[in-house]
Design a protein around this ligand. Structure first.
Ligand SMILES: [Zn+2]
Length: 414
């Protein structure tokens, strides 16, 4: 009969004319620890007590899913783009107790973002990086969070990006275990791709379609998998007839559901990659309208237009040859058979071309499984169009020549 007591208290206070005190009197006294957040935890404990923030995660280890969960504290993850996918991915990693998070975004929180998860209306106007840092540090003070509020697609921004990833140690000295691309544009993905090719850094790409009903994640490991420039970006067919889709005068649509799912797929794959459990998916798509999850392997293109990618491919082949053939069989074949469970097959006329490749992967003109399509034509066809298109979006201070020079710099693979 707590309610009766509360009601009686309110009545009593109302009679006294002291309503402001009523709200304070209603909830039972909250433990001070709840209001003040929590202290840092020195070591992750598996102890099953209510005030242990890691008991449910350490249970993964006790159940034999993850061999050594606490290793997550040694991991550094960079999240580029703290929007609808990146902010949620960052929160998941924070709650999972990742050691260090590097957040990149030059944008500010707007009320127009409130259909998505994570940011709150009172944070409108703050930079996304500052707002995210504030929230995430409150959730888990054990995670060291660094924020970077610049665009990685400008010349200087790209340099600062590489420097922040290497900690100033130069190429080959990456201090991060994984980079997550949660950006919404092609240029930024090209910048991440270039930096990762330079550093030999594994990254995961993610994307959500403009109509908000499909998305994908993709692992990019320089030399071993296709880089972002090996083949045109792969997207999941949303099942919407392009001819009937109304785009004019409409901004990109977004749903917290699709973005949350893509963030979940991305961080699930990241945890599997970082903590070495389960199968790290090379590519996973999601179509909301048909509940379709295509998966596939994307092989590197030996004729990739990025020369640095070709160099990394050669290095990988040499490494593999030195390791001997046995491991290679295990690594390459295991994932591919699982694909059939989803009814995906490499077929059609293009399948003949694909026969030369290993087991239905895509790279260098191979065929796509049903439900996946390229987001754009092959590089040669789109280069000219890309430059023209992007010239329209250039900032006031950039000339067209600047942009061209910048793109050439990124593409030459130096
Ligand atoms: Zn490539």
């Amino acid at each position: 009969m707590i309610n009766d007591r509360v009601q009686a208290t309110i009545r009593e206070l109302e009679e006294k004319g002291d309503l402001s005190a009523a709200s304070a009197a209603v909830p039972p006294e909250a433990p001070s620890a709840v209001r003040a957040g929590r202290e840092k935890v020195e070591k992750m404990s598996a102890e099953v007590v209510d005030d242990n923030p890691y008991s449910r995660l350490m249970a993964l280890q006790r159940m034999g899913i993850v061999e050594d969960y606490e290793k997550v504290r040694e991991k550094t993850v960079a999240v580029v783009g703290v929007g609808g996918v990146g902010s949620v991915a960052a929160e998941m990693l924070t709650r999972c107790g990742v050691g260090r998070l590097l957040l990149y975004d030059y944008d500010s929180v707007e009320l127009a973002n409130m259909n998505r998860l994570f940011f709150r209306p009172e944070q409108a106007g703050m930079t996304k990086v500052d707002a995210a840092k504030q929230t995430l540090e409150g959730i888990n003070p054990d995670v060291a969070i660094e924020g970077f509020g610049f665009s990685i697609t400008t010349m200087s921004g790209y340099e600062r990006f590489v420097q922040s990833i290497t900690g100033g140690d130069g190429p080959g000295g990456s201090r991060v275990d994984l980079i997550l691309s949660c950006v919404d544009n092609y240029e930024a993905r090209i910048s991440i791709n270039q930096a990762c090719l330079e550093l030999g850094q594994t990254w995961m790409e993610s994307g959500v379609s403009e109509d908000a009903v499909s998305g994908h994640i993709q692992v990019v490991e320089p030399g071993r998998t296709a880089c972002f420039e090996c083949v045109p970006p792969l997207v999941v067919a949303s099942g919407v007839d392009e001819k009937t889709l109304k785009r004019e005068g409409v901004c990109a649509a977004s749903l917290p559901t699709t973005m949350g799912m893509v963030a979940g797929m991305l961080v699930q794959n990241s945890l599997k990659y970082l903590l070495k459990f389960g199968r790290v998916t090379p590519y996973l798509g999601y179509s909301a309208l048909t509940d379709f999850f295509p998966t596939m392997e994307i092989l590197p293109n030996p004729g990739c237009s990025n020369s640095l990618c070709c160099k990394r491919q050669k290095e990988y082949q040499e490494r593999k040859a030195a390791e001997g053939p046995e491991e290679e069989v295990e690594e390459e074949e295991a994932p591919l058979h699982e694909e059939n469970e989803w009814g995906i097959s490499v077929g059609g006329e293009e399948g003949e071309e694909a026969a030369a490749g290993e087991g239905g992967g895509v790279g260098g003109g191979q065929a796509l499984p049903e439900g996946l399509q390229f987001a754009m034509p092959a590089r040669e066809e789109r280069d000219a169009a890309f430059l023209d298109e992007n010239a329209v979006e250039v900032g006031e201070n950039d000339s067209l020549d600047d942009l061209r020079a910048q793109l050439e710099g990124l593409n030459s693979g130096q």
